[in-house]
Write a protein that binds this ligand. Structure first.
Ligand code: HBI
Ligand code: FE
Length: 289
């Protein structure tokens, strides 16, 4: 008689969520955590909620997002309701070779990096509830799609994200994961970029947030530092509050070139340096107003 929890003979163990308490349903996920989007299962209320989230964010991104994001968002034309991944993928594939794959939510780092390294972006298939309109703890369909997917149409950003995934797979055995998680946080999630019109947002956590997008660009409280790869990889971050610190790149080309070298020597160097809390300052910091 198999003990509780062990798979029945011939049945494989379903992929486990990376931590307990996550909302998504992982039981039917494939070994690489993909699940079908099942677009026909979304209710009219969910499509209506998507339209409201999209309309609110569109007003904000027009003022605060980088031009590359705005141009890509227009191409995706996803404001009318929850987009179909298969039709978005036809556009993505012919533009930068990327595609989105449905997942139940957060997935373990290895599988996440594996998808990015093969130009597949994992997008959560479930949408937040109306009560979570302004803030949600876990990344949902709106955060992942509205925040992360448009810039996959930008060739330089798309190349960087694939290189980031490949770097993640190399980092796993080297203990580089915490450093890469910080890099992801301060760029892909909360990054700012200098543009001809001034500093603008490219990070998905900002672009999909009603409150943090204007805060990141207008509020005098957070510090905005010039991007410095090792400084970013030394710096802790907080996941449950508005960020006290943002990093500003000059361009996606700079992000791509600064992160192009092999990181192995960086990990050895970083292991010797004290971790910085997000409120700390070091002498080399270039503070941008
Ligand atoms: N899983 N679905 C999903 N989406 C993410 O953004 C994500 C993840 N797993 C791990 C992860 N991000 C972070 O650890 C990155 O820093 C790697
Ligand atoms: Fe995200």
């Amino acid at each position: 008689m198999p003990t509780l929890g062990s798979p029945l003979p011939g049945k494989s163990v379903p992929p486990q969520p990376p931590r307990p308490g996550l909302r998504g349903n992982y039981t039917d996920a494939r070994p690489d955590y993909r699940i079908p989007q099942q677009w026909s299962h979304y209710s009219s209320d969910e499509h209506a909620l998507w339209q409201l989230l999209y309309a609110r964010q569109l007003r904000l991104v027009r003022r605060y997002a980088c031009p590359e994001f705005l141009a890509a968002l227009q191409k995706l034309d996803a404001g009318g309701g929850i987009p179909r991944f298969d039709s978005v993928n036809r556009k993505l594939r012919r533009t930068t070779g990327w595609e989105v794959v449905g997942v139940p939510g957060l997935i373990p780092d290895r599988e996440f990096f594996e998808h990015l390294a093969h130009r597949r972006f994992p997008v959560t298939v479930w949408l937040r509830t109306p009560q979570e309109f302004d803030y949600i703890v876990e990344p949902d369909l709106f955060h992942d799609f509205f925040g992360h997917v448009p810039l996959l149409l930008d060739p330089v950003y798309a190349e960087h994200l694939q290189a980031y995934g490949a770097g993640g797979l190399k980092a796993l055995p080297l203990g580089g994961l915490p450093y890469l998680a910080r890099l992801y946080w301060y760029t892909i999630e909360f990054g700012l970029v200098r543009t001809a019109a001034g500093v603008r947002a490219y990070g998905a956590g900002l672009l999909s947030s009603g409150a943090e997008l204007p805060y990141a660009l207008l509020d005098p409280r957070p510090r905005r530092l010039a991007f410095d790869l090792l400084r970013v990889m030394r710096t802790e971050y907080r996941i449950d509050s508005l960020q006290p610190l943002y990093f500003v790149i000059e361009s996606f080309a700079q992000l791509l070139s600064d992160t192009a070298p092999d990181f192995t020597p960086y990990y050895a160097h970083l292991a010797q340096l004290p971790t910085l809390q997000c409120g700390e300052t070091v002498a080399e910091d270039r503070i941008l107003l």
